[in-house]
Design a protein around this ligand. Sequence first.
Ligand code: GLP
Length: 244
Amino acid sequence: TVFETSQEGAIYVAHEIAELIRAKQAKGKQAVLGLATGSSPIGVYQELVRLHREEGLSFQNVVTFNLDEYYPMQPDELQSYVYFMHEQLFDHVDIRPENVHIPDGTLPIEQVKAYCQAYDKLIEACGGLDLQLLGIGRTGHIGFNEPGSASTSTTRLVKLDPLTITDAAKDFIKEEYVPLRALTMGVGTITKARQIILLAWGEGKAKILKETVEGKISDAVPASFLQQHPHTRVVVDQWAALEL
Ligand code: GLP
């Protein structure tokens, strides 16, 4: 779906999410959301906060799993995705703290593998993701699944692509301060979600968006695996759609 502006697209997506939360609430069930960081979902979170404040949207029945986190990373660092999620969404709505899950960037390396396996198991134990929200990196990554990530990959520790490190430098003052690794849900974890919404705004995403939507399905562009998912929607502004 192409919107004229990213703001219109973000509002549309926030309303889809709100509808899902309310539909689950009406049935007395939890809504299990996979959430993303980066600049792309900020407008969606702003609208969700507005819906909470002005229209009584409650997050009491919402369980969230974030896609990724830098490794290593302390939760109180400005660049952490824990910090980001609290600042953008969690601190402004009535979500229960025990329902929030974000990969833990503080773990000793020898605990990471078991932790990642447990993260995937917990998603399953909560009934699976009802909806996964995604941005896209210029490498074609979703979460931090860089080129070479298998379609069946699960949550794990990965090395960041040099282009991703360059793009992240704006948040870390200098490129050499960007962590070299991250924890990320796998492509297989993401594509188990019953519904996926990929967001892309701005001309900088036009080329990779074309490869994602119209290109060959291949691990060279991990986001292209979404072509095989029956309920994925791609929500873009006119600039990201330029090459489609
Ligand atoms: C980071 C995140 C991704 C996100 C990407 C794009 O790499 N790990 O999940 O999609 O950035 O960021 P932006 O939305 O700022 O373009």
